[in-house]
Design a protein around this ligand. Structure first.
Ligand code: NDP
Length: 249
């Protein structure tokens, strides 16, 4: 049984989709949770209520992960209200798909800044309190696209592969201080990010997946919760696939 009682977590992009499931799951296991969102206030309020319904404290903070001061403010808010930060999950992410030859500079930079640089800002911001406490759990949500590449997603694949490098470098820097850094690589999970894919693409993904189905947000959150637990103390620098067997390394 994963017990996060008394722990405080920060989740970026916690208002919807996978991030929301992670926020709720961490709260269910006993953690107080501060999470960020970009602009969807009603979804954020709903997630906050779901945390409070578990009897845990929640902070919902509008802030763009591409803004380093927003990362610092989120950590400061968690420290002020909860008095500690034990867990960081970088889940905020976007797609701006196109073929490389047609991809605009803007689409490239938007995805790199949000999915990779945003995770760096949040990681940098939590490390000081975690190093002081000599404990911490960092989990980055990467993707099978970062492991295997995906046509039409050069920006997204590059950002997610970069996130794997960030995960491993951070793991090496802080392993001796009781802080772990791991990544979870979901396959295809039905959320607002993927429901926009045309039905024939969705069918192609299903048939390429050994389990023959999409994953659920809860299945991703289950693995994240384990990596955040005391039981995962000796797991660091790892990329854990939650993809129905799509990528086998
Ligand atoms: P959704 O589109 O359902 O949710 C995205 C979340 O990120 C929302 O909470 C959104 O806030 C937030 N967000 C987006 N941009 C920013 C930003 N600049 N600053 C702060 N918050 C931001 O996405 P998913 O749940 O599908 O994806 C979550 C993560 O999982 C992403 O990193 C994605 O790459 C990854 N992933 C998803 C897969 C899938 O199949 N769905 C597969 C593999 C990985 P708001 O509500 O305010 O817009």
């Amino acid at each position: 049984m994963i017990d996060l009682t008394g722990k405080a977590a920060i989740v970026t992009g916690g208002s919807r989709g996978i991030g929301r499931a992670i926020v709720v799951r961490l709260a269910t296991q006993g953690a107080d949770v501060a999470f960020s969102y970009r602009g969807n206030e009603s979804a954020a309020e709903e997630t906050k209520s779901a945390v409070e319904a578990q009897g845990r404290r929640a902070i919902a903070r509008q802030g763009d992960v591409t803004d380093p001061s927003a990362a610092n403010a989120l950590v400061a808010a968690a420290l002020e209200t909860f008095g500690r930060v034990d867990i960081l999950v970088n889940s905020a992410g976007i797609t701006r798909d196109d073929l490389v030859m047609r991809m605009t500079d803007e689409a490239w930079h938007a995805v790199i800044e949000t999915n990779l640089t945003g995770a760096f800002y949040a990681t940098r911001a939590v490390l000081r309190p975690m190093l002081r406490a000599r404990r911490g759990r960092i989990v980055n949500i990467t993707s099978v696209a970062g492991q295997a590449g995906n046509a039409g997603q050069a920006n997204y694949s590059a950002a997610k592969a970069g996130l794997i490098g960030l995960t491993k470098a951070t793991a090496r820097e802080v392993a001796s201080r009781g802080i772990t850094s791991n990544a979870v690589a979901p396959g295809f999970v039905l959320t607002e990010l993927t429901t926009v894919l045309p039905e024939n693409i969705q069918e192609g993904i299903r048939s390429a997946t050994p389990m023959g189905r999409f994953g659920t947000v809860e299945e991703v959150a289950d693995v994240v919760a384990f990596l955040c637990s005391d039981e995962a103390a000796y797991v660091t620098g790892q990329i854990i696939g939650v993809d129905g067997g799509l990528v086998m390394m």
